[in-house]
Structures are given as C-alpha cells and as structure tokens.
Design a protein around this ligand. Structure first.
Ligand code: UDP
Ligand code: MN
Length: 646
C-alpha cells in the first residue's frame, strides 16, 4: 500500500514536473512569438504577391568607387570608360537562373515578401488575442508609428501594411486615353538614388516602375545606394534585387548627395533616356510613354510628370490638379504652382504639356547625352537641396527647355521632415550660393537680401565655381536676365531701393512688420513680430507705391477697412490705388495714399484708441490711423544687406 502510495506520489511528482516543463516550453514559445510579432506587426495584412522571377541575365550588385574622376564631369569628359571593372566588387546571386557565382555567398536568403508569407501570422491571429493584449499592442503600434515618423519623416508602419504592388486609382484626364505614342520610343533607364530609405517605400517604388513601365521601353531600373547605413538596405536588399529582372543595384563607397548620386547612376546607365526618380514614388499607369515621347521629339527637352502626392501620415494618394508647373522664388526655394496663369479654355489643355520654369527633383526625364553635355549635376553641390533649381536654370539657359506632361502622373511621398542629419548645417545655403553666383549675375543680390544667412556665409568664404563658370561659357549659356524675361516673366523683379526696402521696423514697438502664411491668405492681417534678421520679413516699396511682400514679391500691403492685410498684387500695371503707399523719410510715416491715413502698429494686447472692433487689438497688428507723430507710426526700412555689398 505504502509502496503503491509512494509510487503514486512519484508519478504525481513526475506529472507535475512534466506539466511544469510543458508550461515553460509554451511560455517560451509564446514569448518568442510575441517578439517575432514585433517585426511581423509591421507587416500585417494580406500576403504580398510573390516576386516575379523571370530568368534573365545576372543582375549584380556593384560597389562603385565614386571617387572616379569621370564623375567630376566637364562637358568634354570622356564617355564613361573609366569605371574600372576590376575594381568593382561583385556580390553573387544565389539563384540558379543567374550566371555562376564567382564565390558562393553564404548568407541566408531573406526575401521580405516571402518571409512575410511564411512566418507572419495573418490578421486572424489578432482576433484570437485577448482584448487587453490587443489594446496593449495598439499602444505599441502607436509608439512604433511615432518612432517610424521620427526615423523616416513619414509613417512607415502604415506603409508596411500597404502592398508593394498597390494600384493607384485612375486620375488621368479622359482625353489622355486617346493619345497615341510612337512605336519606336527611346529606351529608359530609371535611376533611383536612395539614402537610408525605408524598405517598403523603396521597394514599392521599384515594383511600381516594373508594374507600370512597358518592357519594351524600360531598359533597366538602376538603384543607387548613396552609402545607406540601415541594415535592411544591405545584404537583404542585394538578395531581393538579385531576384528582380531588369533591376541593378550600385553602391557608392562615398556619400554623394542627390546630385552626385544621380550623376553616378547616369554614368552607369545604358538607356537612351534617364528618368531620375526619388526612392519613395508610385507610378500611375501609362506614365512613361508620354515622357519618352516628348523627349524623343526634342532631345533637349527635360520633362516631368504631374507629381501627385502621397500623404506622409496616411499614405493616401492625392491627385494634383492640372495645370501645374514648377517655379522658384527669390529665396531659391522650389515649389509647384497650381493654376498658373497659363490656363486656357481650350479642351486641348488637358493633354498639352506646359512649359515650366523649373522642375522638381521627384521625377525628371532627360536624354542621357543631353544630360552629359549640359554638365550633369553640379558636382560642387553638397548633399541635398537646390539641385533641381540649378538644373532648371542651366537647362533653360544652355539651350534646353522644361515642361510638365499632363498625361503622365507619378505620386511622390511628401515627407513631414527630412530624416537626414547633415554634417554641415549651412549646406542648403551653400548650395543656393552656388546657384546665385554661377547663374544669377547681378540678380543674385535680390537673393542675398532675402537670405541673409547665405549672405554672411558668402562673405566669409568663396565658393569654388571656376569650373562651372567655364562650362557656362563653353556652352554659350544665356544670362539670367534672359531667363527672367523669357522663361519666367511672371516672377516679380524687386527694385530693392536703398532705404525703401528691407525689414519694416517700427520704432514704437521695436518690432518688425510680419505675416504668417499659416493663417491663410485671404483677409489675414499683418502684424508686428520680433525682427527675424534672416530676410524672411523683407519687403520692398517700389516706384509704383506698392509694398511688395514675400519671397516671390507677389503679395501686396493692402487694406480691409482699417485693417492692414496682404493680398495678391495685380498682374498688370498700373497698380490699383488702394495698394499705394508713400514713405515720408523725415517723419518715418507710411501713408496710405487713398485714405491719407498712416500705418500704425498695435502691440499684442494693446488697446485701439478709436476702434469699435477691439477684437483685433487683442492679437496686435497693423492698422490705418489718423496720422500723428506717435512712435508707433514711425517706421524705417532696416537694410540687413546693403544694396551694394551683396
Ligand atoms: N538622397 C540621396 N542622398 C542624399 C540625400 C537624398 O541619395 O544624401 C536621395 C533620397 O533617398 C531620395 C532623393 O535623393 O530618393 C531625394 O531626396 P529627398 O526625397 O530627401 O528630397 P525631397 O523629395 O524631400 O526634396
Ligand atoms: Mn523625395
């Protein structure tokens, strides 16, 4: 009995031990599952389509020593022979269909699309989870989204959930469907430079090109890695790309920046037309043919699709309204201008390309030989910024043209912020200084007055622009006056007269006239704010009597009752009398000509003397008042950059 009892106890003990072990094993499994889920959570949703694996010639990842002198392109640079193949490092493909590898790669094939299908539990797994766990995970997801936005400048968590093959809704004008394109269009190399791009956005860009560009026109997709640091862009990407037909990967050994990276890609590209594309784009059906057609008709024509917008938060696709063209302002900032004054009633307008003073960097198509002969991208430009403006002025001035082609649409991901940390804080200004000094002749003064940081940098260092000035001379490029009058006549040319331009400083408040675009333009009041000293508050009282405001000089100091507001300046002369002001130097008064009242600054919280509309007084602002000699009616134009010194 006792023996039996002991045996039972022993068995019970064993069972307990087993149960314990089993419990431990289960707990480990669940935990590891949860950890794995951390990654898989970024990729729920339907499994992605497997890669299309078409047997083809070996696509090799190539690591390029980008210090090659051929990349410092002058016009006469020898055509691309100098990238020494024996210096290149080939990373072998692991696919049997490819040419035999020189060295067997021993890394694991991790194809994210496949990976996801085999290892990630589907959405049903979510359903089986307890509510508390789901809530907890929701919280984790929010955290992950925040981290992703910080890391990339957009919500990469949402992007991961969207198919790499998502189809965009049709937004082309119906007139576009009737368009006929030549049978023998030139071939295209799509050059995609990237630096620390997110996996999903980069690969969606690549697949989107492969899914939409007709095989007979697409010569290759050339991915150029501008020395990315993120792990997912290393072996994993090489492997993934080695399975894609027609996609090549080049890696630079040096951080080149957008221009340098694109020049490197161009040097390795074989297609007749280069299509530079950002690493976070999605193409609309039929986007490539209209671009190639326009370039084929005139090889000096540089073209862009309509750039639609992908929202950085939701990844929603938003179609851009036609007509739209690219422009820049006197601070040398680029933007797309919708509804330019080129609108016509003609139905043809829906399909007819429009000339564009500049094109954005998102997608640009350019004939490969023309690109090289016009001087590629300026190798003196630093990592990021203003390279699209430099290319635009150069193309126009040196014999080419630019246009937006409406039947071609590509969406670009608009970032919330730039995720790169630049080693040089003044990098954008330095790039703009090159544009100003190489291309703008005496008009550069207008830029320096509106970007005083650039002015001060320029005073302490001389940019090395001799090579580019030589290029400009050799190509017989036109001057900036020609550009302004012929290509971009809509850009107002400020007069910037001494003592009648600069920050509008108010003696009584010690502040400067200011305007916040965020409040929307219509009827928004001017106000006073601490003087910025950057040139952002620059204005210009011209000989017409208009006080021109903003970096395009397209806004005028206007009145709405007794409020002083900004409104778009009239396009034609003479100006309207409501917009005319006179500055009396002796008293510092700025007199509104129509009403003969004076401009007065009311400080935040200050009370208006006579106004029944005290609502405005609580926020401070600029108002029309009976002229007195009160310091709040005394102004002067603070000349941050003297007209002669720029
Ligand atoms: N890029 C690059 N090297 C850099 C900075 C940017 O190759 O040093 C790439 C980037 O990944 C993107 C393209 O150049 O594909 C344009 O940059 P970005 O999208 O940041 O410019 P934005 O569209 O914001 O003007
Ligand atoms: Mn971009």
């Amino acid at each position: 009995m006792r023996l039996w009892g002991r045996a039972t106890a022993l068995r019970r003990g064993m069972i307990c031990l087993w149960l314990l072990l089993l419990g431990f094993a289960l707990a480990t499994l669940t935990l590891s599952d949860l950890f794995n889920r951390d990654r898989s959570l970024q990729k729920p949703g339907p499994p992605r389509r497997p890669l299309h694996q078409i047997p083809g010639p070996a696509e090799l990842e190539v690591i390029v020593d980008s210090r090659d002198p051929a990349l410092e392109l002058g016009v006469d640079a020898a055509p691309l022979k100098s990238l020494q193949e024996d210096q290149l490092l080939f990373v072998p493909s692991t696919q049997g269909t490819k040419s035999p590898p020189q060295k067997k790669g021993n890394y694991k094939v991790l194809l994210p699309g496949v990976n996801k299908e085999t290892t990630v539990s589907g959405p049903t797994a979510h359903g089986e989870m307890g509510k508390a766990v789901q809530l907890h995970l929701k919280g984790l997801e929010k955290d992950m989204e925040l981290t992703a936005v910080q890391k990339y400048g957009f919500n990469e968590v949402v992007s991961e959930r969207i198919s790499l093959h998502r189809k965009l809704p049709e937004t082309r004008h119906p007139e576009c469907f009737g368009e006929q394109y030549s049978e023998s269009l030139p071939s295209a190399s799509v050059v995609i430079c990237f630096h620390d791009e997110a996996w999903s956005t980069l690969l969606r860009t690549v697949h989107s090109v492969l899914d939409t560009a007709p095989g007979q026109h697409l010569r290759e997709v050339l991915l150029v890695d501008d020395l990315s640091q993120y792990g997912h862009l290393k072996t994993v990407l090489s492997e993934y790309v080695s399975h894609l037909d027609g996609v090549r990967l080049i890696r630079s050994t040096r951080r080149l920046g957008i221009g340098g990276c694109r020049t490197l890609g161009a040097a390795r590209a074989v297609g007749e037309v280069l299509v530079f594309m950002d690493s976070h784009c999605e193409c609309q059906k039929g986007w490539l043919e209209p671009l190639l057609e326009r370039v084929a008709q005139d090889r000096t024509r540089v073209v862009s699709p309509i750039m639609d917008v992908i929202d950085w938060k939701t990844f929603q696709y938003n179609a851009t309204q036609w007509p739209v063209r690219g422009v820049f302002d006197w601070r040398l900032d680029f933007y797309w201008e919708s509804n330019p004054q080129v609108q016509e009633k003609d139905p043809e307008v829906a399909v007819r390309p429009i000339r564009s003073p500049a094109l954005g960097g998102g997608v640009v198509a350019i004939d490969r030989h023309f690109f090289q002969s016009v001087g590629a991208y300026d190798p003196g430009m630093l990592l990021w910024g203003a390279e699209q403006i430099e290319l635009s002025i150069r193309v126009w001035s040196c014999g080419g043209s630019m246009e937006v082609v409406p039947c071609s649409r590509v969406a670009h991901l608009s970032r919330h912020h730039l995720p790169f940390r630049f080693p040089d804080q003044d990098l954008l200004q330095k790039n703009k200084i090159r544009v100003a000094d190489i291309w703008m002749d005496a008009y550069r003064k207008i830029f320096y007055r509106r970007d005083t940081l650039a002015h001060f940098i320029r005073q302490s260092e001389n940019p090395n622009i001799a090579e580019r000035l030589r290029l400009k001379r050799n190509l017989g490029c036109r001057n900036f006056h020609w550009f302004l009058t012929t290509v971009y006549p809509e850009l107002y040319i400020p007069q910037d007269r001494p003592a009648l331009s600069g920050e509008l400083y108010n003696v009584g408040t010690g502040r400067c006239a200011d305007f916040h675009l965020g409040q929307g333009l219509q009827g928004a009041g001017m106000r006073v704010a601490p003087c910025s000293g950057t040139g952002s508050q620059h204005c210009d009282l011209n000989s017409e009597g208009e006080v021109r405001w903003g970096s395009r000089g397209a806004l005028c100091l206007d009145t709405k009752g007794e409020m002083v507001v900004l409104s778009p300046c009239p396009l034609h002369r003479p100006t309207i009398s409501r917009l005319q002001w006179k500055f009396i130097k002796l008293s510092g008064q700025l007199v509104h000509q129509q009403s003969q009242l004076c401009l007065e600054a009311v400080k935040e919280g200050g009370l208006l003397q006579s106004s029944p509309r005290e609502i405005y007084s609580s926020t401070g602002g600029l108002f029309l008042r009976q002229c007195t000699h009160h310091p709040r009616q005394q102004w002067h134009f603070e000349q941050l950059v003297a007209p002669k010194s720029a």
